[in-house]
Design a protein around this ligand. Structure first.
Ligand SMILES: Cc1cc2nc3c(=O)[nH]c(=O)nc-3n(C[C@H](O)[C@H](O)[C@H](O)COP(=O)(O)OP(=O)(O)OC[C@H]3O[C@@H](n4cnc5c(N)ncnc54)[C@H](O)[C@@H]3O)c2cc1C
Length: 449
């Protein structure tokens, strides 16, 4: 039985931990904060996007089990067509209930021990193996050893400490996508918002059938935002109001703030980002109440505990996922997950948002090799730090795919003989994944499924 250590209990780390333990490994999961769920709970990132491509569900397994468990607790509206037309489906979730679902899953999973308030400090390496990690706990530093390690920190902290080469943000200038402080706002009159959208469709990004969808998502109010920026009412680089209806009536999650040119891996810059995100949150709340129809009586329910980080390090793996792979709907022999989301780049330097508006994602494979860093045989990097270009990561970073990758990493770690991931039987891993994801023949493994 392999002992597997997973650093980071975000969406990807949680799925890795549960999948590894269910596959027979002894698992230790360490998390820097007191919460499970990473950006979805710490930073209120929702809805989930990218479960579907066209008419197909391309992410299932543990990710779908989490949605089902949310559903049983009234914590999701399920998969619904995206009224913005960016993705085939979106899945609104309630972060508060997601926290409970993750703790419920942990309680039910044998052989899984959790260390909260435990930060990975460094990794010890001997040639092509990690031998252990040093962590900071509430009761001092500890050294933990294992057969296989999974880096699910989002920032690739473990891999970077082990000397794995990485690219930060984009190659051209090292800039990453902006960070965002999400606001949960209540008491919003969405019927009036929708009436305004109907009267001013040129001011919004909208799917052709948006009016038939009983769910509100808003990407627009372009003129009002431009005017507010011209008058100095909004002082950060953003071209639109962006929000998504929450699970509770009259509540929305506002994804509008934008902190640019800050690196999450630099202490001073990250502190600045938190302060700037809160300053922008104040401006946004005032602007929405004063300028946006339906927000006259709006009240701030909460902001994220932490600013949301879209991008930081991309490790160099045995394969690097590229924009070309996404645009050609790539298939790979060693596919272990799929993604149904388009390339969606929030400008690292300014106010723009870029995505391919001509087509929704057709769905593409993600090969196992993007998780296996160069030069090491007992480490996998999952979630948003996989080996991908800046453009490819702008699609593959999405939560359902981070969950699917985590599930694959966890099963792989449990299966690896002597902890060696280089000699893993890929067909066996894929069969286990298909079993875990149910309904053989569906596209959960791209070409293989
Ligand atoms: C503003 C914003 C909007 C987004 N919008 C959407 C959206 O609409 N739909 C969607 O599906 N996705 C969206 N995403 C993307 C998605 O939220 C994330 O990319 C994805 O969930 C990443 O999951 P992860 O597990 O890889 O990383 P994270 O969620 O970042 O989790 C990493 C975990 O590791 C922990 N950790 C970090 N460092 C250490 C350490 N040294 N030691 C121990 N623990 C550590 C962290 O505390 C955290 O719990 C958005 C992201 C942001 C920031």
């Amino acid at each position: 039985m392999n002992h597997v250590i997973i650093a980071g209990a975000g969406a990807s780390g949680m799925c890795a931990a549960i999948a590894a333990a269910r596959s027979g490994a002894e698992v230790t999961l360490i998390e820097r904060t007191g919460l499970l769920g990473g950006s979805n709970t710490l930073s209120l990132v929702c809805p989930l996007m990218g479960f579907h491509a066209g008419g197909d569900q391309v992410v299932a397994g543990l990710a779908q089990e989490i949605v089902d468990r949310l559903g049983r607790r009234g914590g999701t509206l399920g998969h619904i067509p995206d009224p913005l037309g960016v993705a085939a489906s979106i899945t609104p979730i309630e972060p508060e209930i997601l926290k409970q679902v993750y703790f419920e899953l942990l309680r039910e999973t044998p052989n899984l021990s959790l260390m909260l308030h435990t930060t990975l400090l460094s990794a010890q390496r001997e040639q092509d193996r990690i031998t252990g990690i040093t962590v900071q706990t509430e009761s001092g530093r500890r050294f933990l050893s294992a057969d296989v390690f999974i880096d699910a920190t989002g920032d690739a902290d473990l891999a970077a400490s082990a000397g794995i080469p990485f690219t930060f943000g984009r190659v051209s200038d090292g800039l990453a996508q902006p960070m965002t402080m999400v606001l949960r706002i209540g008491n919003v009159d969405l019927l009036r918002v929708r009436a305004f959208m109907k009267a001013h469709p040129d001011q919004f990004v909208l799917a052709s059938n948006w009016e038939e969808i009983p769910y509100t998502a808003v990407s627009g109010f372009f003129d009002l935002v431009r005017e507010a920026r011209d008058k100095g009412i909004l002082t950060f680089p953003r071209d639109r109001v962006l929000f998504f209806e929450g699970v509770h009536p009259g509540e929305v999650m506002v994804n509008m703030s934008r902190v640019i040119q800050c690196r999450s891996t630099e202490a001073e810059e990250r502190t600045h980002a938190e302060l700037e995100g809160r300053r922008q949150a104040d401006e946004i709340l005032r602007f929405l109440r004063e300028q946006i129809v339906g927000f006259e009586q709006a009240r701030l329910v909460e902001t994220g505990m932490e600013i949301g980080i879209r991008e930081s390090r991309h490790v160099h793996g045995r394969y690097t996922l590229s924009e070309a792979d996404i645009l050609r709907a790539a298939v790979f022999e060693d596919s272990v997950a799929m993604c149904g989301f388009p390339i969606d780049i929030h400008d690292p330097q300014g106010k723009e948002l870029y995505w391919d508006e001509t087509q929704q994602s057709r769905g593409y494979d993600i090969p196992f090799r993007v998780m296996l860093p160069e030069g090491l045989r007992n480490l996998l990097v999952t979630g948003r730090a996989i080996s991908a270009t800046h453009g490819a990561a702008a699609s593959a970073r999405i939560t359902p795919t981070a969950m699917a990758l985590g599930e694959a990493a966890g099963i792989a770690a449990a299966l690896a003989e002597n902890g060696n991931l280089e000699t893993l039987d890929m067909k066996n891993l894929q069969q286990q994944l298909l079993r875990a994801r149910g309904i053989p023949g569906r596209r959960f493994l791209g070409s293989v499924g």
